[in-house]
Design a binder for this molecule. Structure first.
Ligand code: ATP
Length: 547
């Protein structure tokens, strides 16, 4: 329960909405039970009055019945409106908060989670938490209020009937829900876990569909998805049967409870303590009270799955930030010289990638970093971007980068990573991601420097051509050059390029290198490359040794 309480505490801003929804819920229950009770009493009293020819004022009760019916309907409408508003506000809060927590984790902090799993936690797990307020807290609070109110009201006329009602309401509203919660614990958690695994398997299967088909492994992937969904359905079936049994138990408790009230109340009628119509009123009142407490078993049954969803979200939200910002960041340096001194870095402590790496790039110099595959070149770039933690010293403009705010540092650097990501948007939108304020002239210049201008001009939609998901609608070389143009649009004083000409033919590569060489005069440039043609971009080539 602590996980859920914590989650509700996060949504503190929505407490007034939550409280208003619950108050309206209690109001609707009160109006409904009063309506049932008054109607029962009214019909019975009219019958008695008719049989005994005693005058009976039916104006007031019938007006009260009409008023209660209107209040119940309006109250129910308002309650639905307010509780759903509260639930959606909680969801929006959680999503924004989680996204803000995830952003500094990327990329190193998210590596151990599969992409589909992170997306699932952001969407499905957060959605599952919608039930915490709407389907767990609200029915439990209103159900408890109904039990207390009903017993107190019935006790006002007949204590034996109130005792009978109390016993059966406790059975329906407390004992049965607790049993249901216990039974649902394992399948509920299992079902939340399996949904996560299934999402990951489906996402992996779709993203890697081409490779899976080529490797003849599509069938294997499909059967693992099948197996997961079978296990998920089994867990959900188990939850379903527990739900069905609990519902049946609730209905049985309700029937028995009403019968017990009738029996206990008739002793009070026989003793002349209450009149016959009052007994009818108490019986109908009790029936309505059972209806109000009826949501409690289902509410408790949802607890395990919601708790697992909250745990999965907390696990993600509490993951340590790989390179946290300093409490009081230093101001951005004026210089752009980069110095790596005695830097070490390891993904696995037993297998250090960099050991005592040193490199000095004075401001305005362009350096190419070459070396065998796996020697740690991209790791050097990730350290400079503050994506990876390091030992030793890395300074930009004389300031240790760990003493700068990561966002400030990244403002100074335009980077093309080894595997650049294109957004599923148009070429223009992808370029503007580098600098939303860039005008068409700047976009054009960047495209020319990336040797893409002629290609874009030949496209029927030009800059407004969509690039597809992950750049799937453009070639690998075009995607890389769009990413390069995007970095040029950013126009930062430091340029960090990881294999910028990979996948280009020799002629295009020569052109791109020549244009980049002209464009980056005066900037501090680190270009990571295997390709000798790219060395022309740099004034100096530094070679890293094999690990
Ligand atoms: N996220 C990661 N988790 C674990 N190990 C990693 C990770 N990224 C890189 N490595 C390992 O670190 C080593 C250096 O990788 P890096 O990408 O820095 O090399 P590189 O010199 O850029 O290689 P290439 O020229 O092939 O791109 C490799 O052995 C790689 O397997």
């Amino acid at each position: 329960m602590r996980e859920l309480v914590r989650m509700l505490a996060v949504s503190r801003r929505q407490w007034p909405w939550m409280a208003a929804g619950i108050i309206l819920g209690v109001f609707v229950i009160a109006a409904n039970t009063a309506l049932m009770a008054l109607s029962g009493w009214f019909i019975a009293s009219m019958a008695v009055a008719g049989a005994t020819a005693v005058p009976f004022n039916y104006f007031f009760p019938s007006a009260a019945i009409r008023a209660l019916a209107i209040l119940r309907t309006v109250g129910r409408y308002a309650e639905r409106l307010v509780t759903h508003e509260a639930a959606f506000r909680i969801l929006a809060d959680l999503r924004v908060r989680l996204f803000r927590r995830l952003e500094p984790l990327a990329p190193a902090g998210l590596e151990r989670y599969a992409g589909g799993d992170v997306a699932g936690r952001l969407r499905a797990d957060v959605d599952a938490l919608e039930s915490v307020y709407l389907r767990i807290v609200a029915p439990l609070v209103t159900g408890t209020a109904a039990i207390v109110l009903a017993v107190l009201v019935v006790a006002r006329w007949s204590v034996p009937a109130a005792l009978a009602l109390f016993v059966f309401l406790m059975a329906a509203g407390v004992a049965l829900p607790l049993v249901a919660r216990r039974l649902a614990d394992k399948p509920g958690r299992r079902s939340a876990e399996l949904s996560g695994e299934l999402r990951t398997a489906v996402t992996e299967g779709l993203q890697g569909a081409e490779e899976l088909i080529l490797l003849g492994a599509a069938e294997r992937q499909a059967s693992s998805v099948d197996d997961l969904s079978y296990r998920l359905v089994t867990a959900q079936e188990r939850l379903g049967s527990i739900g069905g049994l609990t519902l049946a138990g609730g209905v049985a408790c309700g029937g028995l409870g009403v019968a017990a009230v009738l029996f206990a109340g008739s002793t009070s009628v026989a003793a002349g303590i209450i009149a016959g119509p009052v007994l009818v009123m108490l019986v109908l009142f009790s029936a309505a009270a059972f209806e109000a407490a009826g949501g409690m078993p289902a509410a408790l049954q949802l607890v395990p799955a919601a708790r697992e969803a909250a745990r999965r979200i907390r696990e993600l939200a509490d993951a340590p930030v790989p390179v946290p910002d300093p409490p009081v960041p230093e101001r951005l340096p004026a210089g752009t010289g980069i110095v790596f001194r005695n830097v070490s870095c390891a993904y696995d402590p037993a297998l250090p990638v960099l050991k005592g790496f040193s490199l000095e790039i004075p401001a305005g110099e362009r350096v190419a970093l070459a070396g065998p595959s796996g020697s740690g070149k991209s790791t050097v770039a990730e350290i400079l971007l503050r994506f990876r933690d390091y030992a030793g010293s890395v300074t930009v403009g004389g300031v240790e980068i760990s003493r700068l705010a990561a966002d400030d540092l990244r403002e100074m650097i335009a980077a093309v990573p080894q595997r650049p990501h294109l957004f599923n948007a148009t070429i223009r939108e992808n370029l503007l991601a580098g600098n939303p304020k860039a005008g068409d002239a700047e976009l054009r210049r960047a495209l020319e420097d990336a040797c893409l201008a002629a290609w874009v001009d030949a496209l029927p939609l030009g800059l407004d051509t969509p690039v597809g998901e992950g750049g799937g609608a453009v070639s690998g070389g075009e995607a890389r050059r769009i990413a390069l143009a995007r970095a040029l649009v950013k126009d930062a004083p430091i340029l960090l390029l990881d294999e910028p000409t990979e996948g280009l033919d020799a002629a295009t590569e020569r052109q791109v290198v020549a244009r980049l060489a002209a464009r980056t005069v005066g900037k501090t440039v680190l270009v990571i490359t295997h390709r000798p043609a790219c060395f022309a971009l740099a004034g100096r080539v530094v070679r890293m040794g094999a690990r």
